[in-house]
Design a protein around this ligand. Sequence first.
Ligand code: NAD
Length: 501
Amino acid sequence: MASASSEEQIKKIVEQLRASFNAGKTRSKASRVKNLKAVLRLIKDHQEDIYDAVYKDLRKSPQETQNGEIDEVVNEAVHFLSEIDKVVDPQNVHDGSLILFGREAYIHRDPYGLCLIIGAWNYPIMLTLMVLVGAIATGNAAIIKPSELALATAELLERILPKYLDEDCYRIVNGGAEVAQTLLKQRFDHILYTGSQHVAKIVLRAAAEHLTPVTLELGGKSPVYVDNTVNVGVSAKRVAWAKLMNCGQTCIAPDYVLCHADVKEKFIEEVKKYMTQFYGENPKEHEDYGRIINERHFDRLNKLMESQKKNIVHGGKSDRTEKFIEPTVFDDITFSDQIMKEEIFGPLLPIVSVQGADEAIKLINSGEKPLALYVFTGDKRLHERFMKETSSGSLMFNELLIQATVPALPFGGVGHSGMGSYHGNFTLEALSHKKACIIDPRPVPSELVMGIRYPPFSKTKKNITSMLTKVYSKSERRFFYGIKLIIVVALMAVALKLVLA
Ligand code: NAD
């Protein structure tokens, strides 16, 4: 892999990109718009190359690459192109406090500077380009370190990105863990890392050296609870689809199912039916069924499958030469089984029997906070219970995965599943600093009021200063607006009288 792997080369790239940011190359509205459009062009021109590269890495079908990766990046770019004024222009704020009387208050979104984007392999286009789109929209420069495990996509990005974006502002640096660690030794102004908890700790430690803020997009075990009040067929169909997308290698994939004992047999039968309906009797030959990313992950999954052999009720076949793992369902799993001790990240679906929502909530809360929690129920009272009694990156009722496609929703974890969030306007929170700005356009007349703050102090000055800085209640604010209105009307009446006189 052609890459800038030596420390000297990486230092030089960091210096170049920082210099470009400091020179203001990435900040203007015009340059942000130009670069967002360039990303859209890159995708349009290289759509087939992207399909091919992701297929080579994960045997992902073009439709999954389109819907799960390309569409996300395009939607994000279109979102920021249509919102660019709101992103770049200072936002006027006025909370009615007296201290702002006659002055202007703004929030200005400052780009952080130089961002480091470290991507994971399972969605190698979305986890790099979607963050890059956010970095461009917020006016940052960025270095992107794609995952070395999705090598074909990483190499494609390194080859095509410079044709569309200024390499002095946005750069792909390819390589493995050592390259990532060399990058992490440098000072960045923000790091957005996607991947495992283990590496997230390395990233966080390195960031602490430079007091660099981080967004950590991690994973973990995302549970599904299936209640006995739900349409079992639709629930099973949706769970089977979400589990097998990208061969189970999706961070928000359902990891395991807590199934109400009353409907468990039916649920398992329906899951088996849909798994077969989607990928046929022989999924190895099905053109839409993906593969495990590498031998290490294949061996890990195969071992998990072996350890639960007695529980297999569907599937169970594998082939190391092809990194193929059959969609597999396990019945009668308990929390002490090996398969419940780590994130599965593959097409294996364990089913745990529970007596109802109380037990499900208790079991969910006994583990780390999940990235996603899915509840299938026809009982509306459970909506509020799960919202209030559990904590997770996202919570969905009777649906799966689509939370990642809605720009109005934040995407991120909590606790061990992540830190911070992005997508849509939440990317602004992640990648820019909200700078508080106040403008006093007429400092001389405003001294008449503000002069009260200077020493020598007195009781009256203290009381008036408190009045100026006081946060007023809603009714007090209404009272002030009323007074203001009366003064304005009175002044207008006087002016009118003078004009007519
Ligand atoms: P990975 O192995 O591709 O690693 C991610 C990145 O970390 C890569 O760029 C890699 O080069 C770098 N890296 C690896 N070892 C390193 C080290 N020692 N020091 C510095 N950098 C290092 O991906 P992974 O970790 O296997 O990712 C899978 C995990 O990511 C799963 O837990 C999954 O749930 C999670 N994930 C989360 C999201 C999300 O958006 N929340 C998305 C995708 C994946």
